[in-house]
Ligand binder design. Structure first.
Ligand code: AMP
Length: 457
């Protein structure tokens, strides 16, 4: 039976994980006061040296979830590569590397090197030669560096596969397997994936050793914190509708999603012609152009970004206030990913979808997934109660309990607690403290430490 963690139901604090004080200090600087549920579940497993599968999306706080245990266990006295994180895109690799540097800022001699295609390999080799204990990279470039003998994995003790489903859909799965073959036996492996298609389950079965499964119940990230709306418009009318939306809402920072690269560029050009400060982000652009757009958007110099799903996948721009779905995506899950760009941890967000007549079946699919209707924008409709969603989460917990496959089910969002409690129903998780055995921690003394484990009955 899984342990259930809800946002309001925190059991562990960052201090409870016995992380190095330098890491805790960095977290304080970042304003992280308590772990998010996925962090709680993941760190608990990783710090017990378990392999783990985390079913979680960007926005849940998964970067810190895997990176804090890694940083805690890097030996700064050795320049060998000790941890490898594989990511599907350059953007995500850079983002993970940046976040990791902010967690590591008070740790001496810990180097994090991002490696990815579309940029000169020579500079990356130079960075590796200087000694990077942590490498964050895309599979193609990592494999290239391994084949050239410029990267050596014989001392790699920790491997993370981030957004594994995305690596699969981008055709990297063979590269990932090839890379894993070159890592030592006995390493610790963590796999994160928003969805669990069969090839990812198979990969986890074959490559991980009796992993713990930490699952974030779906929908929660967005549903509670994002005000979601629809508006109906055909063809060119969508541009007029967008103009009206911008005039009325005056969004400070907005991502507009379009389905195709050409459509994305065209929409950005149209908006530019109308005098808006806007840039496009899609796969037809060169790496330099994509990087400069992201830097400008992150730095809040561009308020509007028009992007395709692939180009923006995994991007964490926590100040995004508004998301516009200029087109609805083919897959309802992608809708959830898109609107997850706003309403990040503890923030409110607003997401609107422009729906043409022919897209109505897609809207139905989204509403089925969310288990609720999305309200019309600008039309006074009675507010939908949250009860169906709470019921959905309760059902998910029940199913997870019955299947017995999930070790930790993480439920995010404030409003889910009642549902969780009613499901757990007097069978509340019991706290148990036990000692963690000496875990090698280079340079920092190590020693025995208290571990808090929670077992559900
Ligand atoms: P991620 O899913 O790792 O991309 O994280 C999403 C966002 O949540 C990022 O902006 C993080 O800085 C932020 N975040 C992650 N963990 C915490 C935490 N424990 N407290 C507050 N914010 C967090």
């Amino acid at each position: 039976m899984p342990r259930v963690i809800t946002r309001k139901d925190h059991i562990l604090r960052f201090e409870d994980f016995d992380l190095q004080p330098e890491i805790l200090r960095a977290l304080t600087d970042l304003g992280y006061t308590e772990p998010t549920p996925i962090q709680e579940g993941t760190m608990d497993a990783l710090l017990r040296d378990k392999d783990m599968v985390g079913q979680a999306q960007t926005g849940s706080g998964k970067t810190a979830a895997f990176m804090l245990p890694i940083l805690d266990r890097i030996d700064p006295d050795s320049k060998d590569l000790q941890a490898l994180i594989l990511c599907p895109t350059r953007e995500l690799a850079l983002q993970v590397a940046d976040a990791s540097r902010s967690f590591a800022k008070y740790l001496d001699n810990v180097n994090i090197v991002p490696v990815y295609g579309g940029a000169p390999i020579v500079e990356q080799i130079t960075a590796l030669n200087r000694g990077g204990q942590i490498v964050v990279g895309t599979p193609g470039r990592v494999l290239d560096l391994l084949r050239r003998g410029k990267m050596i994995l014989s001392d790699c003790r920790m491997v993370v596969l981030d957004e594994a489903d995305e690596m699969l859909s981008m055709g990297f799965i063979d590269d990932v397997r090839d890379i894993l073959k070159r890592t030592p036996w006995g390493k610790q492996t963590a796999l994160f994936s928003a969805t669990m298609p069969d090839p990812i389950k198979k990969l986890a079965e074959e490559e991980l050793h009796t992993p713990e499964f930490v699952k974030v119940a779906s929908k929660e990230i967005t549903v509670d914190t994002v005000d979601q709306r629809v508006a109906f418009a055909e063809g060119r009318d969508k541009l007029e509708l967008l103009e009206r939306f911008i005039q009325e809402m005056k969004p400070p920072t907005m991502i507009i999603f379009a389905r195709t690269k050409i459509g994305t560029q065209k929409l950005a050009d149209d908006l530019k012609r109308r005098g808006h400060k806007v840039r496009a982000l899609h796969g037809d652009m060169g790496q330099g152009a994509r990087d400069s757009v992201m830097i400008a958007f992150r730095g809040k110099r561009i308020p509007i970004l028009v992007a395709t799903d692939v180009a923006s996948r995994g991007l964490d721009v926590s100040h995004v206030t508004h998301v516009v779905n200029f087109d609805l995506p083919d897959e309802p899950e992608v809708y959830v990913h898109r609107i997850g760009r706003t309403g990040r941890v503890g923030r409110e967000g607003f997401a609107i979808s422009f729906v043409a007549n022919k897209e109505k079946p897609k809207l139905d699919a989204v509403e089925r997934l969310l288990k609720r209707k999305i309200q019309r924008w600008g039309i006074d409709e009675p507010v939908q109660p949250l009860t169906p969603e709470q019921i959905a989460i309760a059902e998910e917990i029940e199913a997870a309990e019955e299947s017995g496959e999930v070790d930790v089910l993480v439920v995010e969002g404030e409003s889910t607690r009642e549902a969780t409690e009613s499901t757990v129903d007097g069978d509340a998780p019991k706290k148990r403290r036990r000692r963690r055995g000496g875990r090698g921690r280079g340079g920092s003394g190590g020693g025995e430490s208290v571990e808090t484990t929670v077992a559900a009955e």
